[in-house]
Design a protein around this ligand. Structure first.
Ligand code: FES
Length: 198
């Protein structure tokens, strides 16, 4: 169960891969589509009824209920944030990719300098957790890969069906037209099982 010091948090979804999906709703309901399908971001943005959510500076997330292989989507400043408890295989695959092979060689991590390289260590500060803003860097769709049964693309990460961009298990774009890796928001671990985003 997530804990929050700045209520209300609109919704928190636990995606169990591949056999179970738990949906935990905290605060306002009605956001069940997040993570379940690629949706044009402007459309989803219009669906967000909670102005207090948009102004929320920080979001605390309890990671304790999340098990290996599960994905979690939370909202921060009106944006979906993808959190994945990556498997050993996913981490190994991400580490094995030479930075020079990447479309975008930069980490795009708000917690690091702008010129930080897109190594797995620079994308996922603390293994096995990967925390990213779930908005495609092409035209702003929400990539698939969080919900049960989602096609995750050739690289096992996220797939944006709008125009076919694919992201790997470190959230780095591997097939365009998306020009950049999924952005990593400012966040920090407050304990082994709790992060604060923002
Ligand atoms: Fe994702 Fe176009 S918005 S590929």
């Amino acid at each position: 169960m997530a804990t929050h010091d700045t209520p209300p948090q609109p919704a928190l979804f636990v995606e169990d891969q591949p056999t179970r999906r738990d949906v935990l709703l905290i605060g306002a309901a009605g956001f069940a589509a997040v993570g379940a399908a690629a949706v044009l971001w402007p459309l989803l943005d219009q669906m967000n009824p909670d102005a207090s959510t948009l102004s929320m500076a920080t979001t605390e997330v309890d990671l304790a209920p999340v098990e290996k292989g599960q994905a979690l989507t939370v909202m921060w400043r009106g944006k979906p944030v993808f959190i994945r408890y990556r498997t050993d295989k996913e981490i190994t695959e991400a580490k094995d990719v030479p930075v020079e092979e990447l479309i975008d060689p930069l980490a795009r991590n708000a917690n690091l300098p702008d010129n930080a390289e897109a190594t797995d260590a620079n994308r996922a500060a603390r293994e096995p957790w990967l925390v990213m803003i779930g908005i495609c860097t092409h035209l702003g769709c929400i990539p698939k890969g969080q919900a049960v049964g989602d096609y995750r693309g050739e690289f096992g990460g996220w797939f944006c069906p709008c125009h076919g961009s694919q992201y790997d298990t470190a959230g780095r774009v591997r097939i365009g037209p998306a020009p950049q890796n999924l952005a990593i928001p400012p966040y920090a671990f407050e304990s082994d099982t709790k992060i604060k985003i923002g």
